[in-house]
Design a protein around this ligand. Structure first.
Ligand code: FRU
Length: 493
C-alpha cells in the first residue's frame, strides 16, 4: 500500500528533476507528477487551502492521493505535504475527489474511498472523513467509511458514487454526492448529519435524464446574488449544437434549492466555460464574502505534452475566478489579487483598422494579461493572434455577422488530440456586443490561455504548448474594427 511518508519523501527527492519549460508561473500546480480535480478548496484560518487529485510518482493518473497547496492571496501557492494517501482498506485504490468544511476550528475533509476488485462490477465507492487541527496533518476517522452502499437508495450503482460536496445549512451538515443510476443517467443524492460523522439519506436532489449524460461528477452548490447555483461536471454529455464538444463538460444550473424537501428546482442550464480545458471546478466563500471558483485546466482523454515529452509533471489549475449572477447567468472574473503582480504596462488607444493587420512589434506578451476593447459596429471580423511567432499562433476571433467568439489552437504549438470523434481544436460561444463593443481580458501563462469576454459573461480556457518563443500580438480586421483600448502587463510572481 501507498503511504504518506513514501509520497512526501519521493517528492522531496525528485522534484528537481522536473523539466520546467511549460510550467505555469501564476497557476496552482503540483511540484511533480499528475494532478486532476481541485479538492477541499477552503479558506481556513486566514489562508486559502487547495487540495487536488494527485499521483506523485508519474505524470499519468494513478492511485489517487490528495496533494496540497496553500496561499495567502490565491496567486502565489506554496506546496505543503501530501494530505491523504490511499492507505486504508476503504480507500486502498484511491482517495477520490471531495470537499472540506471547518467545524469547531478543525478542518474536515469528506472524500470518496475507491476500492477495486476482480471485475468492474466489484468496484465500490464509499465516503470517508479525515480531520486536522493545523490544516496540514490529517487523521482518517475510525468511523470510516461513513456513507456506504448500505446507504444508497434503489437504482443507484455502488460502483459510481462519488465526489461529496459538504455544506452547512441551519443545524445540519449536508453532503451532495454524484451517483450513477442502474438504468442509466446521473443523479445527485443528498445526505445529512448533525455531527458530521453519522449520515442519513435524505433525497434524490436532482434526477438526470438519459440525455444529460451517463455520469455526473463533482457537484458544487452555493447561493449567490439571491439564486442557488449547482455546478456539475458531466462525463459524456452529448454534444448539442455548439455546446459540450469536449468529452467532459461543466454545467452551471441556476435555480432554487429547497433544503427542507431536499430538492433542487432548476431554472436554467448553461455550459460554464467554452474552452478546451476546464473540468471539475470547486468554489468557496472567503472572508470577503466572495464566491471564488478554481478548476482543473485540462481535459480527460487528451495527450498532455509534459507527459509524452517526459517533463515529469502534468496538469494545472485555472486562475481563481470570482463569480456573480446576472439574469440567471454565471459571470466569472479573475480574482482582483492578480493585479498586484502586474508590471510593465503598455497601452494603445484608438487604433482604426480597415481590412488590414497590425503587428504590435514593440509588445511582447508571454506570461501576461491583455485587455482589449474593440468596436465592431462597422466590422465583419477580427482575429487576435497571441503567443505568436513566425510559425505558431493562438487565435481569438470574432465574427461580427454571427456574433460568435472563437478560440482556435490548431497552430498553437504541439498538437493536442483527444478521444472526441472529431478533432476538437477550437471552441466558440455566441457573444453579443454590448454598445457595439467586445471587451476581452486574456490571461496567458507558459502553457495556458484564459479568455474572459464582456466582463466575464463568457470564458474560454485552454492549454497551449508553443514550441519556441511565442510572445507577439497581431490584430487583423475585416471591414472596419476600432481598437478603443489595448493594455498589456507582464505578470511577475
Ligand atoms: C473527475 C473524477 C472524479 C473522481 C476523480 C478521480 O475528474 O473522475 O469523479 O473522483 O476524478 O481522480
Amino acid at each position: 500500500m501507498y503511504t504518506l511518508k513514501q509520497a512526501n519523501t519521493y517528492i522531496e527527492k525528485n522534484r528537481k528533476r522536473v523539466i520546467a519549460d511549460y510550467r505555469n508561473d501564476y497557476h496552482a500546480m503540483a511540484p511533480i507528477g499528475w494532478i486532476n480535480d481541485p479538492n477541499g478548496f477552503i479558506y481556513y484560518k486566514g489562508e486559502y487551502h487547495l487540495f487536488y487529485q494527485y499521483y506523485p510518482y508519474k505524470a499519468v493518473w494513478g492511485p489517487m492521493h490528495w496533494g496540497h497547496s496553500k496561499s495567502k492571496d490565491l496567486v502565489k501557492w506554496e506546496t505543503v505535504p501530501v494530505a491523504l494517501a490511499p492507505d486504508h482498506s476503504y480507500d486502498k485504490d484511491g482517495c477520490f475527489s471531495g470537499t472540506a468544511i471547518e467545524k469547531d476550528g478543525k478542518l474536515y475533509l469528506m472524500y470518496t474511498g475507491h476500492i477495486e476488485g476482480e471485475t468492474e462490477e466489484d468496484i465500490r465507492q464509499v465516503q470517508c472523513i479525515a480531520v486536522s487541527s493545523d490544516g496540514i496533518h490529517f487523521e482518517k476517522v475510525e468511523q470510516n467509511p461513513v456513507i456506504t452502499e448500505a446507504d444508497l437508495p434503489e437504482n443507484a450503482k455502488p460502483q459510481d458514487f462519488r465526489d461529496p460536496k459538504v455544506v452547512k445549512n441551519g443545524d445540519f451538515y449536508y453532503s451532495l454526492i454524484a451517483s450513477k443510476k442502474e438504468d442509466g443517467g446521473g443523479q445527485i443524492l443528498l445526505y445529512k448529519s448533525k455531527d458530521f460523522l453519522d449520515w442519513e439519506f435524505v433525497s434524490v436532489m436532482l434526477n438526470g435524464e438519459k440525455e444529460e449524460g451517463p455520469m455526473w461528477e463533482c457537484p458544487d452548490i452555493f447561493e449567490l446574488d439571491g439564486k442557488d447555483v449547482l455546478l456539475l461536471s458531466v462525463d459524456g454529455l452529448p454534444k448539442k449544437e455548439n455546446n459540450f464538444l469536449n468529452t467532459h463538460s461543466v454545467l452551471a444550473i441556476v435555480g432554487e434549492m429547497d433544503w427542507e424537501k431536499g430538492i433542487f428546482h432548476k431554472e436554467t442550464v448553461e455550459e460554464l466555460d467554452y474552452g478546451l480545458d476546464f473540468y471539475a471546478p470547486q468554489t468557496i466563500e472567503d472572508d470577503k464574502n466572495r464566491r471564488i471558483m478554481i478548476s482543473w485546466m485540462q481535459m480527460w482523454g487528451r495527450n498532455i505534452p509534459t507527459e509524452t515529452e517526459q517533463h515529469g509533471w502534468a496538469g494545472s489549475m485555472t486562475l481563481p475566478r470570482e463569480l456573480f449572477i446576472k439574469n440567471n447567468h454565471v459571470y466569472q472574473r479573475p480574482v482582483a489579487e492578480i493585479k498586484n503582480y502586474y508590471t510593465n504596462k503598455q497601452s494603445y488607444k484608438t487604433i482604426k483598422l480597415y481590412d488590414e493587420t497590425k503587428a504590435f512589434e514593440e509588445l511582447s506578451a508571454e506570461v501576461s494579461a491583455i485587455e482589449l476593447v474593440l468596436d465592431v459596429k462597422a466590422g465583419k471580423r477580427f482575429d487576435i493572434e497571441v503567443r505568436s511567432n513566425q510559425i505558431e499562433k493562438t487565435l481569438v476571433s470574432y465574427d461580427c455577422e454571427t456574433s460568435f467568439l472563437e478560440l482556435n489552437r490548431i497552430n498553437s504549438g504541439i498538437e493536442l488530440v483527444g478521444n472526441e470523434e472529431e478533432h476538437v481544436y477550437k471552441r466558440s460561444v455566441y457573444c453579443e456586443p454590448e454598445n457595439n463593443k467586445i471587451e476581452l481580458e486574456i490571461f496567458l501563462d507558459r502553457a495556458s490561455m484564459e479568455v474572459f469576454a464582456n466582463q466575464g459573461k463568457y470564458t474560454l480556457t485552454s492549454t497551449i504548448y508553443p514550441t519556441q518563443k511565442a510572445d507577439n500580438i497581431k490584430i487583423t480586421a475585416e471591414g472596419q474594427v476600432e481598437v478603443d483600448r489595448l493594455d498589456t502587463w507582464d505578470i511577475e510572481v
